[in-house]
Design a binder for this molecule. Structure first.
Ligand code: ZN
Length: 174
C-alpha cells in the first residue's frame, strides 16, 4: 500500500467525501464508467464479507513486520505483499512508515483513526485484497481501497489518507 502525498482534491472536496460512498469518490478520481465502478465496488465489498482473520487463515498468509527506510520525497510505503508459485502468500507491514504517519497525525481531528494499530489493520486489509485477487493493477489498487474500508469499517476511503495528511500539515504551518 503506497499513498501519494500529493493529491488533487481540495480540502472542501475531501470533507465532502469524508463519509461519502466509494462510488462517488471513484467517479471523481477515475475515468471508469458507472457500471465499471459498481462492479469493482460490489466485488470488493463481497470479498470483504468473511473478515480479515478468516481470509488470512483461508489463504495461508504469512504476516510479517519490517522497518524499511522511509521512501524519500512524496511517497510513503506502508506495506507490501508477494505471492510466488509454491510459496505461501506473504504480507509485510512497514512499522516505521506507519509509526511516522501516526505521529504526524497525532494532533489532527482524525487522530483517533490514525493510530498505529488502526493503520496497521488497514494496511493488512489492503494487502490482503491483492493476495486474494492477485490483482496489483491500477484497478486492483482501487479495489484494495474499497475492500480495506469495508473490512475495517473505516469511516472514510483510504484513498483520502493522503489528502487528510496534506491538509493537516498545511494547517499546522499556519
Ligand atoms: Zn495496493
Amino acid at each position: 500500500m503506497v499513498i501519494r502525498i500529493s493529491e488533487e482534491l481540495t480540502r472542501r472536496e475531501a470533507l465532502q467525501f469524508y463519509l461519502g460512498a466509494d462510488e462517488h469518490l471513484l467517479r471523481r478520481l477515475t475515468s471508469l464508467s458507472t457500471a465499471e465502478i459498481e462492479r469493482l465496488v460490489g466485488e470488493a465489498r463481497s470479498l470483504a464479507r468473511p473478515g480479515v482473520d478468516r481470509l488470512l487463515a483461508d489463504y495461508g498468509v504469512e504476516q510479517r513486520e519490517d522497518d524499511w527506510t522511509l521512501a524519500g520525497g512524496r511517497m510513503l510505503n506502508l506495506g507490501e505483499c508477494s505471492f510466488e508459485t509454491g510459496r505461501p502468500p506473504r504480507l509485510v507491514v512497514n512499522r516505521r512508515a506507519i509509526a511516522w504517519f501516526a505521529a504526524e497525525m497525532a494532533d489532527s481531528i482524525a487522530a483517533a483513526w490514525f493510530t498505529v494499530p488502526r493503520l496497521t489493520r488497514l494496511v493488512v486489509a489492503h494487502e490482503l485484497y491483492h493476495v486474494v485477487t492477485r490483482d496489483v493493477s491500477w484497478r486492483g489498487e482501487l479495489g484494495a481501497h474499497v475492500f480495506a474500508r469495508a473490512i475495517t469499517r473505516w469511516p472514510f476511503s483510504p484513498l483520502l489518507l493522503a489528502v487528510i495528511a496534506r491538509t493537516h500539515r498545511k494547517e499546522c504551518r499556519r
